[in-house]
Design a protein around this ligand. Structure first.
Ligand code: SR1
Ligand code: MG
Length: 418
């Protein structure tokens, strides 16, 4: 089928011709279709059977341009092929945290998948101050399973390199190179600033030599390290969750890149939520302590659980393949040292990437609602300044941090937990 951009009106007919979709909807006469996407790139539709509301699915289609900007910014619609393949890879290792795929079409640049609308987008729920007790456990499982099993630690040398080639994602990586690692740190016309941020605030970032060099170094890592198949955009808007279940969606930015980019994305986004709730919890009429404590615990647990799970996968794998490399008198101890060095480097990478992901949301084009939707610009600027301070310290001093607890203390120094 040749590509055509679907609409609310054309989706029922399109779906009715697909045999797999016949298993989801018992009839196609009364389908209700609504556009629910609030993302920056694609169109997302919720399809429900009016007669049987439990019959539902989500259809996501890419268009040949960047939605947040419009048709003036062309972007290959074939990016959906990467998303489809990345969903399949993630599902192979971590099925409980990836939506079920009912149908996909590379020609139509679309995927039809499990409706998770009852779960809610994590960012929105966190803005409302909802607690997700299993989030750290689930996210750390997703990270450990997907990153370990797509790295050289697990894959056969040939398979890994073939996969690197299969997941080359030139155009979406370029968006990240520009909007995460370049434009926010220069006076670029695409940047959008809170009018309450003044020249001193901007120069705090734009004129800092150490920061510019450190960010450029993170960009080099992003562009050159093919450590694992990463999600590539793992912020809290790419997670659907309720108190029991967590799903990771939207891997259109997936490619073989540095693992720390995914870990840093989620840590940075939870830290931004922590800062935002210095204001938001008061606005919600709550005492801020308990929610913000949960957010910091989540940051700490995501990293600590990840280390535990990643280590376990790695050790089990070495045992299962009876690797001779560590099979000598002190081998076990030496293997432990190797894992510690690997995870220490990964920790410091994650901090550097978390920093870039935080600063870009304050200075760049694409914001996070947690902070940007604070209507009082003066209050918003306070949160933005602490985010920038944290970002600057994390990226410039990343090699001096050794434990996640130090990061929690830094967040508390900037925004006391009381
Ligand atoms: C200009 S596109 C902005 C952002 O939207 C996506 O979610 C990615 O984070 C991208 O950088
Ligand atoms: Mg997305």
């Amino acid at each position: 089928m040749t590509y055509q951009q679907l609409s609310v009106d054309s989706i029922p007919e399109y779906l009715s011709d697909i045999p797999e979709i016949g298993k989801i909807f018992s009839d196609f006469k009364h389908l209700k279709v609504s556009e629910i996407g609030d993302g920056n790139l694609n169109f997302v539709y919720l399809v429900t059977n009016r007669d049987r509301p439990r019959e539902s699915a989500v259809l996501k289609q890419s268009v040949p341009y960047l939605r947040i900007i419009g048709k003036s910014w062309p972007l290959p619609k074939e990016r959906m092929s990467i998303e489809i393949k990345a969903l399949q890879k993630a599902a192979a290792w971590c099925p409980s945290h990836v939506p079920d795929i009912y149908h996909y079409s590379h020609d139509m640049c679309l995927v039809v998948m499990q409706d998770l609308s009852a779960h809610g987008v994590l960012r929105g729920r966190m803005i409302e101050g909802k607690v997700f007790p299993k989030l750290a456990d689930h996210v750390s499982t997703y990270l450990a399973e997907t990153l370990f099993h797509t790295s050289d630690l697990y894959l056969d040398h040939r398979q890994k390199k073939e996969l690197v080639a299969e997941f080359i994602n030139i155009d979406l990586c370029k968006i990240t190179e520009d909007f995460v690692f370049t434009h926010p740190y220069e006076r670029n016309q695409t940047n959008v600033y809170n009018p309450e941020l003044n020249e001193v605030d901007l120069n705090f970032i734009h004129l800092d030599c150490d920061l510019k060099i450190a960010v450029a170094d993170m960009k080099r890592k992003f562009m050159t390290e093919t450590q694992a198949l990463i999600h590539g955009d793992l912020h809290t808007g790419s997670i659907m969750a309720n108190t029991e279940e967590t799903y990771i969606i939207d891997p259109e930015f997936a490619f073989f890149g540095p693992m720390g980019f995914d870990i840093g994305a989620i840590l940075g986004n939870v830290l931004m939520s922590y800062f935002s709730h210095e204001y938001r919890q008061i606005k919600l009429g709550r005492e801020p302590y308990s929610y913000r404590k949960w957010l910091l615990d989540t940051v700490e647990n995501i990293w600590n659980y990840f280390v535990e799970k990643f280590n376990r996968l790695w050790m089990e794998h070495e045992v299962s393949r009876k690797n001779l490399y560590w099979d000598y008198e002190y081998g076990e101890e030496h293997f432990k040292c190797q894992r510690e060095i690997y995870l220490q480097n990964l920790f410091q990478d994650s901090l550097g990437f978390a920093a870039c992901k935080m600063m870009r949301r304050i200075l760049g084009l694409a914001k996070v609602a947690d902070i940007a939707d604070i209507e009082d610009n003066k209050e918003r600027a306070k949160i933005e300044r602490m985010t920038l301070q944290m970002g600057k310290k994390l990226v410039t001093e990343r090699t001096q941090f050794h434990t996640i607890q130090e990061i929690i203390e830094l967040a508390k120094d900037l925004s006391p937990l009381k």
